[in-house]
Design a protein around this ligand. Structure first.
Ligand code: MG
Length: 100
């Protein structure tokens, strides 16, 4: 169902499931959607602190699922955006020019 798919395919999959489960029936609050991604990362941090490796991995997956759902909902070509930003990052100086 998931393995071997591109990021855009995963985005369509995650968004399709979220739509199917009713999370896009009304216009999404983008700020709330972003904060829900942060909460998944916080849950990953808590799992890491508890040395719960299985839950840590699950929460990272939740983070990606919410992020990819948002990209799908906003019709963002995340592969293209990552490609473009990676080209920018590649040109940045070592440690982005920071001393520490
Ligand atoms: Mg979670």
């Amino acid at each position: 169902m998931v393995k071997g798919k591109t990021l855009n395919e995963l985005s369509a999959l995650c968004h399709g499931i979220a739509v199917e489960k009713g999370f896009w029936e009304t216009e999404r609050n983008i700020g709330e959607a972003l904060m829900l991604i942060v909460t998944e990362l916080a849950e990953a941090m808590e799992a890491h602190r508890k040395q719960d490796d299985a839950n840590f991995k699950e929460e990272l997956a939740d983070s990606f699922i919410r992020l990819l759902d948002l990209c799908g909902g906003l019709k963002i070509d995340i592969e293209d955006e990552i490609h473009k930003k990676s080209l920018v990052n590649k040109k940045r100086p070592y440690k982005h020019g920071k001393i520490c």
